[in-house]
Write a protein that binds this ligand. Structure first.
Ligand SMILES: [Mg+2]
Length: 343
């Protein structure tokens, strides 16, 4: 490359239209850092969506991005980029690594004039329908969320649980939306005893799968639960790194892959293929991200069994446009690059 790449970034506070609640917290404001790589008249873009659960905040992104941006010397050298990022910051700051990897990959797709999924040689299969999240709130509000989503045509709902009234919430949602596919995410909030008790409730509510019922480190508990559960059990908080896939295969039926926690689209693709090789189902998930981050996940989602890509749908001020949604059905972005534009 004749001229060295320049890497710049900008942080914006994005806001959800409604407060978004899970077992650990409720937030409305999400700082997101948007990285741009310029080289040879082409650009590549990435998004850092830091999550405190994975040790990242706006402050860590601000501190670490200047240290890691220098690793982006040759956008075609993906293995070299990953090696440099890990040499500087082993096992930490995945959302910053994600933003830089996204930018390199999109730059190459722009150079090739193709969507990223084409660059990666992925199948043109349609994306699985994305779930739409019913976040934790009052029972009445959760009823309203489910009713409104079903009325808008969403066929898959994912409900956040991890409260003292989980059974009542599931009953209420089944009343409001009897025909949708229903998924549950306990966000690591149940004890082993609670989880055992909930298995029958999940089965009766025809829940498709339950995500992360127990604490992230409790693989033995998840393995024991899986042995008696009729409902598949999916890892989210238990999966931080590509290398976690192998130990998770004995304790879970599937894994939730998120670019921001795994360190980028190429790392998510490695995790996806490793998970498949070990017989796990795979879901492409997301944080609360703009349409840029969601688009990056969408480019991989055609290779997954399940999709949970509603992050940008929950925003009031998404700074990117270009994704085409019909209720929960997201059309594969047709690029070039990530296929989204700054609003
Ligand atoms: Mg989850």
């Amino acid at each position: 490359m004749s001229t060295p790449p320049t890497v710049t970034w900008e942080t914006l506070d994005l806001h959800t239209a409604q407060p978004f609640g899970i077992a650990r917290w409720t937030h409305s404001t999400y700082p997101r850092t948007f990285v741009t790589l310029d080289a040879g008249g082409l650009t590549g873009r990435g998004e850092a969506a830091p999550n405190a659960y994975y040790g990242e905040t706006r402050g860590t992104v601000d501190a670490v991005l200047p240290l890691l941006a220098g690793a982006l010397t040759d956008p075609w050298d993906w293995d070299g980029l990953h090696a440099q990022l890990c040499a500087k910051m082993p096992h930490d700051h995945p959302s910053v690594k994600c933003a830089l990897e996204m930018a390199a990959v999109e730059w190459c797709a722009h150079a090739a004039g193709v969507p990223v999924w084409r660059l990666l040689g992925l199948s043109p299969a349609a994306l699985p329908e994305s779930s739409y999240t019913v976040s934790l709130a009052s029972l009445d509000d959760m009823r309203r969320q489910a009713r409104d989503a079903a009325a808008r045509g969403h066929g898959v709902l994912k409900v956040k649980l991890g409260t003292a009234q989980d059974e009542a919430i599931l009953e209420a949602l089944r009343e409001e939306a009897p025909h949708v596919a229903l998924r549950v995410d306990a966000n690591a909030a149940w004890t082993r005893t609670q989880a055992r008790r909930m298995l029958g409730v999940l089965d009766a509510a025809r829940v498709e799968f339950v995500e992360q019922p127990l604490a992230a480190g409790d693989l033995d508990g998840h393995a024991a639960l899986r042995a008696v559960s009729t409902v598949p059990i999916v890892a989210d908080e238990s999966l931080h790194h590509v290398a976690d896939i192998l130990p998770l295969a004995r304790a879970f039926d599937g894994v939730n892959l998120k670019l921001a926690k795994l360190g980028g689209p190429l790392q998510a693709l490695r995790a996806l293929r490793l998970a498949r090789a070990h017989g796990l189902h795979v879901m492409m998930g997301c944080m609360i991200e703009s349409s840029l981050g969601i688009a990056a996940a969408a480019h991989l989602a055609g290779a997954c069994d399940w999709a949970d890509l509603d992050g940008a749908l929950l925003l009031a001020d998404d700074p990117f446009t270009g994704l085409r949604w019909t209720a929960g059905h997201l059309a594969r972005p047709d690029g070039p690059g990530w296929g989204v534009q700054r609003a």
